[in-house]
Design a protein around this ligand. Structure first.
Ligand code: PEP
Length: 243
């Protein structure tokens, strides 16, 4: 059975003062029956990982090399050294803003696994690709190109046009993509592919979480904006636990 997971992506938001917000999330997660992951910016990882509670910490990106002359980058091993257990790879903001290809995302996922981290691999089509009827084709190609050899991964389907916009695909659109992802994971990994959690991401909020979590093969969410405040993040977790 796939694990139920809510993961938060803080992106480039937050300072030391925000640790109290992370603490409020961490303290409450143990009372909610689903897994919680928070990916704060790198400078908060070490402190966030030491807060009491059941909140697992993840990075937002890693370099594919273990170490070396890569100014400004962070390796998977260094994330693990901070206390992280997860890392987001292939977020659309990196695929688009830094021209990250499927093969680079795959190399990052492999590096994460090698350092004992579980990669959260993001996939998603643009508005133009969806309008052209190519959403499924694009997302499945990204999956094949980005997956490492090992099924110890989490997948996040995040349509680019739904991220931070308040737009959410219809239930039928999410269903179609998640069903296809599940089928392809089974084809690639066999029975182990049935246990991989497939998260939906893109404008998930307390007000729409229940409807999204009722969809077959949606095993949780990757949440951006609504993960910044405990008062938004915790109700999303509760909706998943009750789904
Ligand atoms: C994200 O950045 O991964 C995301 C899903 O953002 P938001 O929830 O704000 O749309």
């Amino acid at each position: 059975m796939p694990q139920k997971i809510v993961a938060g992506n803080w992106k480039m938001n937050g300072t030391q003062a925000s640790l109290s917000e992370i603490q409020a999330i961490a303290e409450t997660t143990q009372d909610i029956h689903c897994s919680a992951i928070l990916c704060p910016p790198a400078h908060l990882l070490h402190s966030a990982a030491r807060l009491p509670g059941q909140l697992a910490i993840g990075g937002q990106n890693c370099h594919h090399a273990p170490s070396g002359a890569f100014t400004g980058d962070i390796s998977a091993e260094q994330l693990a050294d901070c206390g992280a257990f997860y890392v987001i790879v292939g977020h659309s903001e990196r695929r688009e803003g830094y021209s990250e290809s499927d093969s680079l995302v795959r190399a990052k996922a492999q590096a994460a696994l090698k350092s004992g981290l579980t990669p959260i691999i993001c996939l998603g089509e643009s508005q133009e690709q969806r309008a052209a009827g190519k959403a499924l084709e694009i997302v499945l190609a990204q999956l094949s190109g980005s997956l490492p050899d090992d099924p110890q991964v989490i997948i996040a389907y995040e349509p680019i046009w739904a991220i931070g916009t308040g737009l959410v695909p219809s239930v039928a659109e999410i269903t179609e993509v998640h069903d296809a992802l599940r089928t392809q994971l089974y084809t690639i990994f066999g029975a182990a592919g049935q246990d991989i959690s497939i998260l939906y991401g893109g404008s998930v909020k307390p007000s729409n979480a229940q409807e999204i979590f009722a969809i077959t093969h949606v095993n949780g969410a990757l949440v951006g904006g609504a993960s910044l405040k405990a008062e938004d993040f915790l109700p999303i977790m509760r909706s998943l636990a009750e789904s």
